[in-house]
Design a binder for this molecule. Structure first.
Ligand code: ZN
Ligand code: ZN
Length: 253
């Protein structure tokens, strides 16, 4: 993610003169940015890679994981490890990104300038992830795919195409991830039922475009759709997964 964002920003600075003249690219990049949050972070990263809330056929899996890689979200195996750690140890020692640990507030800076803190590998989870279709492939090609896409965009389009079609959506994805990490656990109160500090948040639901039911999600991590009376807490991600016919849903989840 970092290398991709850094490199594309560098490229975009080099091509600065042309960037500001592409209003048509700007509209496309904003659409891609919304897709990066809704599909990249919410549906693919969180619900599919993180929780296996649904299954998909081979070609659809390749599209989903390809989009995840394109956005520079790194390895699906690493993402799953990180997210499972977060659920096992929410707001306790071992949570890789609880906002209640002082170090977490440096996370955006770390993500942008350095690299994500290493997470100890959980071998039982790793074994399961390695068996999931195409996970090994997209793990190996986690840098290759975005760099190849960048190269194609730069050679077929222009350098500003790299900025609009890769940098902007990647930054949207980064924003969506940070909102989930921070707003989902921003509550100061300890929750009775799960011992973590996750909370359902209207603000988070609006900013993440449908992933604000974080406390409900911690109680039922694999549940596809969380029903809420408050329309501002509509589980848009879950609704979308239910509506997409290509996704195979287990009726027990
Ligand atoms: Zn959480
Ligand atoms: Zn989760």
């Amino acid at each position: 993610m970092l290398k991709l964002v850094h490199l594309t920003i560098l490229i975009s600075f080099l091509s600065q003169a042309s960037i500001y003249h592409r209003a048509d690219f700007l509209y496309i990049s904003l659409i891609l940015g919304v897709l990066a949050i809704v599909f990249g972070v919410n549906v693919v990263a969180h619900r599919y890679i993180g929780h296996e809330s649904f299954q998909a056929s081979g070609p659809i899996t390749c599209i989903l994981l390809g989009w995840f890689s394109y956005l520079g979200l790194d390895s699906p195996i690493f993402y799953n490890q990180l997210h499972q750690r977060h659920h096992f140890n929410s707001d306790r020692l071992g949570d890789p990104h609880s906002p209640h640990q002082r170090s977490a507030w440096l996370l955006p800076l770390r993500i942008f300038f350095l690299k994500f803190p290493p997470v100890p590998i959980h071998f039982r989870i790793l074994k399961r992830q390695l068996r999931r279709p195409y996970f090994k492939f997209f793990h190996r090609w986690r840098y290759g795919i975005p760099f190849l896409a960048m190269f194609l965009l730069a050679s077929l389009g222009s350098l500003s195409a790299v900025f609009y079609f890769m940098t902007v959506p990647s930054l949207f994805a980064l924003f969506g991830q940070l909102m989930q990490v921070f707003l989902g656990h921003a509550s100061r109160l300890n929750s009775q039922s799960t011992q973590d500090r996750s909370s359902d948040s209207v603000l988070m639901n609006l900013l993440t475009l449908g992933e604000g039911l974080h406390h409900s999600h911690h109680i039922h991590p694999r549940r596809i759709f969380q029903k809420m009376d408050n329309p501002l807490l509509f589980d848009f991600t879950g609704w979308l997964i239910l509506k997409i016919p290509f996704f195979q849903k287990d009726s027990k989840i």
